[in-house]
Design a protein around this ligand. Structure first.
Ligand SMILES: C[S@@+](CC[C@H](N)C(=O)[O-])C[C@H]1O[C@@H](n2cnc3c(N)ncnc32)[C@H](O)[C@@H]1O
Length: 284
């Protein structure tokens, strides 16, 4: 779940139409680019034990320090984009299902023209990044090929039709551009989200247990806003596509064998934890 933010301002409600629609206040309000290499945060080698420990520690503190947790994850994710595609400075980046905007803000800090598209006002929070657009990832109000980089972190398992969602990401990415997609697969120890790892005993039982233990209804319901996405099936479907090619299929967080673990049928469904797909948009 993406935490609520404490800063930012304008939210645009844009009509869902084809054709470039620049988010209100978007580029004009972008944080001034910082020279590359001047980022104050410590960069971890990816993959490495140090990096995985740092991310794991941050996840453990997600509830009491969401800012620290999501800022680190955002920096790490943008590092990953840059590792595959070079500096994002000056590029157009589209963050689809970006929640309250940590990733968009990090892309902007590094000089990208980054735009947040998020369908849920509740996820955007009270103070999303300037120019955030309320829009569904199935039908983005963008012309074909508008983005150099299309970014979607942990959204695929929340949409009922992942392949149609991927088609839309590919459509708005320019030929040769990069698509970054990650998701927590169903059989991952974290696949049940707030009711994990009890999802291994069945979603309904896990939800009921969550309610008993916390006194609150769980945020996610299988088949409504959380879907059982599997690594093997997803890889087969993506390989069969002609609009993207796979640059890398790897575990997003693993400290070693990040690509190796994804090559082991069966094991990968449990051990990958979170699949990161780095895709390149093919020419039409
Ligand atoms: C687990 S949150 C991830 C937020 C953020 N990307 C992150 O990694 O922290 C899932 C997000 O997917 C968004 N989402 C769900 N269905 C969507 C859709 N059809 N199009 C775009 N975003 C969607 C939700 O509103 C939510 O913000």
């Amino acid at each position: 779940m993406a935490p609520k933010r404490r800063r930012g301002s304008v939210v645009s409600r844009v009509p869902v139409v084809r054709g470039w629609s620049r988010p209100r206040g978007g580029a004009a309000n972008v944080t001034a680019p910082r020279p590359l290499g001047a980022s104050p945060h410590r960069r971890f080698k990816d993959p490495s034990l140090q990096r995985s420990f740092a991310l794991f520690r941050a996840f453990l503190h997600e509830q009491d320090d969401p800012e620290g947790c999501y800022s680190l994850l955002a920096r790490d994710s943008v590092d990953q984009v840059e590792a595959y595609d070079g500096p994002v400075a000056g590029r157009t980046v589209v963050d689809v299902g970006g929640g309250s905007g940590y990733f968009t803000e990090e892309f902007r800090r590094r000089g990208a023209q980054a735009y947040l598209f998020e369908p849920d006002m509740g996820e955007l929070g009270e103070r999303p990044p300037d120019g955030a657009v309320v829009a569904d990832g199935y039908l983005l109000p963008l012309r074909d090929g508008a983005a150099d980089v299309t970014f979607s972190s942990n959204v695929l398992e929340h949409v009922a039709d992942p392949q149609t969602f991927l088609s839309e990401l590919a459509r708005v990415t320019r030929p040769g551009g990069l698509v970054y997609v990650s998701f927590t697969n169903w059989l991952s120890p974290w696949g049940g989200h707030e009711w994990a790892p009890w999802h291994y005993l069945g979603a309904e039982r896990a939800r009921a247990r969550y309610r008993r233990r916390t006194g609150r209804a769980a945020k996610h319901t299988l088949g409504e806003n959380l879907f059982a996405v599997h690594i093997g099936a997803t890889l087969r479907q993506v390989r069969a596509r002609d609009d993207v090619e796979i640059v890398s299929a790897r575990s997003r967080y693993w400290p070693f064998l990040a690509e190796g673990v994804v090559k082991a049928p069966g094991l990968r469904e449990f051990a990958t934890w979170n699949l990161l797909l780095i895709l390149r948009r093919c020419p039409p």
